[in-house]
Structures are given as structure tokens and as C-alpha cells.
Design a protein. Structure first.
Length: 256
């Protein structure tokens, strides 16, 4: 372990590796949800307009609840929140996969909102959990590795969906992601519980970080980037569908 001064909390390499591995196992199915949702909506015979509304509702709900979840994570710990939210998200995804929305677009959108709103941002929670446990150059190295691994998760998620769709069908692929999400949440909770207790810190100020102009600018850029990624998933799937090979959209998105 690396020294960090009096009273500092550090974490061993084995604990750190287990925490990051559990985090990535939980992130991979999350990155495949939008694509699987698009394919399920299309499998039900709905248009890409409805598919776009569903993925948009999911993503907006995910973004809208993230700040409150982050605040709550400071109090109760990220692993606890993820263990509580992931099963709710998975239940909504299973309902979508089973076609419980029927022919109602409103029911479809409601389930998408529940799935997105209940899902804590596991990447941000992990970095928040590790921040007080890592110091100096070690923190910079670990976060650089995490950023690279996050990109690999965005590759693995669509490829996982492509594999599940090839073997089964879109509804089964979405159900598989839901089950993997629950398994990943269990592993994340087990790996993170001890670290959460060790790394919890008291915040002297409860002022919103969004009051800082710099962070607001970063948030706007992040939203614009998210819109671009979301539009790309939908447009690539539509283009591949028009070519008559919709199930291979995950391969193209993974390569992209």
C-alpha cells in the first residue's frame, strides 16, 4: 500500500482489483441496455419513432436521478444504492422483455423510465467510493485504467447483445442483461461494502456543486455527448435494419 499521510485510508491491491472487477461486471450489461431496448421495441413491430422515445425516456430518467443518487451515496454508500436500485431496474427490463407493456406506448415509456430512474451510475459511484482511498499518483493511475476499462465496457455491451440476439432473440437478450445486472450488483455490493465503510467521509458543505460555473459547462458538454451517443445507437440500428440484418447492429456499435 502507498502512504498518504496521517489518518489517511488506503486500500490493498487485491481489494482494489476485486472492487474494479465487480464494477466492470456490473457495467457491461448496463452498456447493452439501450441497444437491447431498441431491438425489443422493433421485435414487437413498433416503429423507430417509438424505439427512440423508449431509449430517450430511459436515458433521461437515468440522467435525472443521477445527482440525487450521488448525494445519497455520500450518506449510505454506493454499493448499498446499487444493490437496491439494480433489481428494480432489472424487474422493469424483464417486464419489457416479456411484453407486459402490451400495445400501450405509455406503458412502454413508463417501464423505460422506471428502468433508467432506478439504475445508479455504477461508474461514478465506484470513482466516488475509491477517491478517499487512493492518493497522489496512485489515484491518477487507477482512474486512468478505469477510464480505459470503461471504454472496453462500451465495446463489450453491444457485442454481448449481438451474441445473445444471435443465439436467442431480442426479448431474451434484454432478459439476460437484466439477470446479469442483478448478478453484477451482488458482486459489486459484496466487494464494495467493506471499502464503503472504510472510505466514507463527512462533507462539511452541502452546497450543490452545480453552483460552480465550470461544472455546469462540463455538464452541458456531457449532455450533448450523451445525445450524440444515443442518436448513434438508434441510427446505426435503423441503417442495419434497412440493410436486412438488424441483429448485427451490436457488432457495428462495438466496433465503433
Amino acid at each position: 500500500m502507498e502512504g498518504a499521510g496521517a489518518g489517511a485510508v488506503t486500500v490493498g491491491r487485491r481489494q482494489l482489483a476485486l472492487m474494479l472487477a465487480a464494477s466492470y461486471a456490473a457495467r457491461v450489461p448496463v452498456t447493452g441496455i439501450p441497444l437491447a431496448l431498441i431491438l425489443v421495441v422493433r421485435e414487437d413491430g413498433r416503429s423507430y419513432d417509438v424505439a427512440g422515445l423508449a431509449t430517450g425516456a430511459y436515458t433521461l430518467a437515468l440522467s435525472a436521478t443521477a445527482p440525487a443518487i450521488g448525494r445519497l451515496a455520500d450518506r449510505v454508500g454506493g454499493p448499498v444504492l446499487f444493490l437496491a436500485g439494480a433489481p428494480v431496474c432489472a424487474a422493469a427490463l424483464l417486464a419489457l422483455a416479456a411484453g407486459l407493456a402490451g400495445g400501450s406506448v405509455l406503458a412502454l415509456l413508463a417501464l423505460a423510465v422506471v428502468a433508467g430512474g432506478a439504475l445508479p451510475p455504477v461508474g461514478a459511484l465506484t470513482r466516488g467510493l475509491l477517491t478517499p482511498l487512493l492518493h497522489g499518483d496512485r489515484r491518477a493511475r487507477v482512474f486512468a485504467i478505469d477510464a480505459t476499462a470503461q471504454e472496453l465496457c462500451f465495446i463489450a455491451g453491444p457485442l454481448l447483445v449481438a451474441g445473445l440476439v444471435a443465439l436467442l432473440r431480442p426479448g431474451a437478450a434484454l432478459a439476460g442483461l437484466a439477470l446479469l445486472l442483478v448478478v453484477g450488483a451482488a458482486g459489486y455490493g459484496a466487494a464494495g461494502r467493506r471499502l464503503a465503510r472504510a472510505g466514507r467521509v463527512e462533507h462539511a458543505s452541502q452546497a450543490s456543486p452545480l453552483r460552480g460555473g465550470g461544472l455546469r459547462a462540463v455538464l452541458v458538454l456531457a449532455i450533448l455527448g450523451g445525445l450524440m451517443f444515443g442518436a448513434m445507437e438508434l441510427s446505426v440500428t435503423a441503417a442495419v435494419d434497412e440493410a436486412g440484418d438488424r441483429d448485427r447492429a451490436g457488432i457495428l456499435l462495438g466496433l465503433w
